[in-house]
Structures are given as C-alpha cells and as structure tokens.
Design a protein around this ligand. Structure first.
Ligand SMILES: [Zn+2]
Length: 328
C-alpha cells in the first residue's frame, strides 16, 4: 500500500535503473509491503574491508572502522554522532530533491550496502529498495540491519512511515544503535553509550519546543499529506482531513467532497494552520495553499527529508518555529 501520487515529481534515475536492471523495477514508490520485521540483530562483524567510496563520495573508509550505510541522511547523521571516530558512515539519500518514496538506488549505493557491516533504513515499506540491496549483496547474514520504524519504534507495515517526525524517535534510535555498535565492537561499548547520551542532549531544543507548543486541547489543523502526522500527535493537533490526506497517500485523486470540505474549513478558518509538504506537491495542494493565503490561514511548510545545510534538530525546530508563528 501507500503508493504515492504526490511524490512523483521526485528525480528518476533512468541511467542507474538501466545499470542495475530488474532489481530496480521493484524499488519505486512507497513499497508493496513485505518488510521483514524483526530481522535485526545479525550482529556478526564482517571484515570492514577498506576501499570503495560511498554513494556520497566521501572517500575510502579507514581500515578498522565499522562501515555503516544509512538509507536516509537524517539517520546517517545520528549514526555519525553515536559512532564517532570508530565508524565510517555513508548516507544514500542526501539530496533534498530526491524523495525516498521514489528513490532508485545507484550502483554506488549497491556497492556501499554490499560493503557495510551495519545498514540502517526506515522500513515498513518506505524504502524497501534498501532491503533489496541487502538481499542482493549475498551477505545479509553478516550485516547488522536496523529498521528504525519497526525495530526501534515498533511500527508495522501499514502504519504511517514517517517516524522521524516523532520527536521521540531519534533519541531511542541513538540508544538502540549504541547497543548494536557495542555488540559489534565491545572495546568501545562505553564510548558508544556516552556518544548516544551526548546526542540525546543535543535534542533538548526540539524536546523543549515540543513541550512548549503542546496544546492542552486538540487543535484542528489540516495537512497536504501524512509526513507531519507524528509531530501533530506530539503537539496534540487534530488532523481534520484524513480522507484527503490518505487519498494522496494511496495515489488516488481526493474525492471532490473531501476537497470541498477542506476548502470550507480553510475559508471558515476552522483550522489553525495548513501543513504543506513542499517536497511533494500537486496542483490540488497548491490551490489549497493559495486559498489559505487568501483566507488568512497560516501555512506551515515541511519537507520529507533534510533540507540542505540543516541538521535534524535545526530542521525540526525551524518547522516548530513556523508552528509557533502560526499560533501567535
Ligand atoms: Zn512521505
């Protein structure tokens, strides 16, 4: 499920697809389910063979470092913080223009996964291509695989995939990763735990912003699509347009009555603000954004993945600053 209409503007990488062949035919969209839950914990340390650039061109890994590949760069950022000097992290999705829903792996990505000891991805259908790269490597049993949505956050296929918008996720993932790295590299177990602790402290601005913006009573808002849902829950926001939102998620056109209802809510200022995923837009959504502008309803702009030049905390706190402004 969860085929996405609105993500179709994402970059297509036809040349890479041709090179990788039929593997990549399976890689588009939001996945057809089939995520292998609970597959983590294959904590066998492979040899960390040096050589081979990561997909981001970050240079050859130092011998002896644990090679980590993260499908999304927001997960890679945490891996760098928790692993510190003992890991070499390659993030596959680094462009804010590329949508993980539609990403098609390059040969470099395939090579990086093949050579990695630890592979981190979201799971529950969001980035099923990562599992396919692991399977295709022929070394799946030698890799520690962390699926953040299922292994860390106990989400399952069919749940909202965008767990990094849950302000609790990165702290839990940091601890989980420290535990896994400690098993792979017991000599530095304490370092990993300490580095995870430091990382969690760096989340304080996010935690504080969420606490200060959390509504005492559910506050109605509307969303262009479901990327923001876990943050909305954390802030006690009530999403009024579930049907409109899910139509986008399921790659169907929203029903005319659902669009009309949302237009009425905007015109009547029945919602506190409208959340627009600017990385995944459509003419219908743009019309609603225009209507919000005309009606004096604030629009909070969010993105699917890390914007250029921001880390996770800056990204999330910038979004929450927009929420603050919308509520003032
Ligand atoms: Zn999405």
């Amino acid at each position: 499920m969860n085929k996405r209409l609105i993500h179709k503007q994402a970059m297509k990488r036809g040349a890479a697809a041709a090179l990788l062949g039929s593997l990549l035919v399976l890689a588009s969209g939001c996945g057809a389910g089939g995520d292998n839950a609970n597959g983590s914990g294959n904590a066998t340390n492979s040899s960390n063979a040096a050589g081979g650039n990561g997909a981001t061109g970050g240079g050859a890994a130092d011998a002896g470092k644990i090679r980590i590949v993260a499908a999304e760069n927001f997960y890679g950022e945490v891996a760098e913080a928790v692993g510190g000097a003992y890991v070499d992290v390659t993030s596959l999705l680094t462009s804010p223009d590329a949508d993980p829903h539609d990403y098609e792996p390059t040969p470099d990505a395939s090579k990086a996964v093949d050579e990695a000891s630890v592979v981190i991805f979201n799971g529950i259908g969001y980035d099923e291509w990562a599992q396919k790269l692991i399977d295709a490597s022929g070394k799946a049993a030698d890799k520690t695989v962390i699926r953040v949505a299922s292994d860390v956050m106990a989400r399952k296929d069919g749940d909202n995939e965008h767990v990094w918008y849950n302000p609790d996720t990165m702290g839990k993932y940091a601890d989980y990763l420290a535990d896994r790295l400690g098993r792979l590299d017991p000599d530095h177990k304490t370092d990993y735990a300490n580095q995870a602790s430091d990382y969690k402290q760096s989340l304080a601005p996010l935690t504080e912003a969420v606490a200060s913006l959390k509504q005492a009573e559910p506050l109605p808002v509307a969303v262009s699509e479901p990327v923001f849902d876990y943050m909305a829950q954390a802030l006690n926001l009530r999403i009024t347009d579930d049907k409109f939102k899910m139509a986008a998620e399921e790659e169907t056109d929203p029903a005319p009555q659902d669009i009309a209802r949302l237009q009425d809510e905007i015109k009547g200022k029945e919602i506190a603000f409208f959340v627009n995923n600017v990385q995944a837009t459509s003419p219908t959504v743009q019309n609603l954004v225009d209507l919000a502008g005309q009606s004096g309803v604030p629009v909070v702009e969010v993105t699917e993945t890390l914007p250029a030049g921001k880390d996770y905390v800056a990204w999330m706190t910038d979004i929450l600053s927009q929420v603050q402004a919308a509520l003032d």
